[in-house]
Design a protein around this ligand. Sequence first.
Ligand code: SF4
Ligand code: SF4
Length: 196
Amino acid sequence: MTDIRIGIWRDQPDLGFLNEVLAIPGGEAAAACIQCGTCSGACPTVRDMDSSPREIVAFVRAGYRDRVLNSNTIWMCASCYACYAQCPKEIKITDFMYKLKQIAMREGYKNPGARRARVLARKFADTVRKFGRNSETRLLLKYFFATGIFSALKYTGMALSLLVTGRLDVFPKKIKGSGEVRAILKRIDEGAAMRR
Ligand code: SF4
Ligand code: SF4
């Protein structure tokens, strides 16, 4: 694969890592990144990331395995696709983030954000499995019980105002066809297990 490394950094480049990440469908487009920062400007969670999406693209191109996989950025990504939608070079940054999460999990990188993101994803899937859709109240209760209920206290004011305005579904109801949703999720789980 063409060496598209840019910049001079202290980390040692890992070309195996670079090639694995760029091998995702459309991944080679990262070579065209002009470091304009539009992706970072569009990202709704960039303030909580330790490296911006623009930096992650640069670090991937530089083959900086540890810097990327230790970063909380890949776990803060909300998969909203705003970066991809606005990138002038149509680089699939969201897909890179998915790939990076897979590698980080496979290789046991321990970022505190990773554990919380995994708990949130698992509780979200459990909620959809049960009701056929998400229930924010149930999801957040389960999430905070699993990760530390005291950290929920700072959101009490917001929760109360959402409750008063009827924006929290305290007693979620199952949708029609929730069994079909469960069957779809079961098929996804089976497919994922076969790929491992
Ligand atoms: S918006 Fe696209 S071209 Fe600009 S820095 Fe981000 S990935 Fe690179
Ligand atoms: S997909 Fe992820 S990285 Fe891209 S804008 Fe959304 S949250 Fe940010």
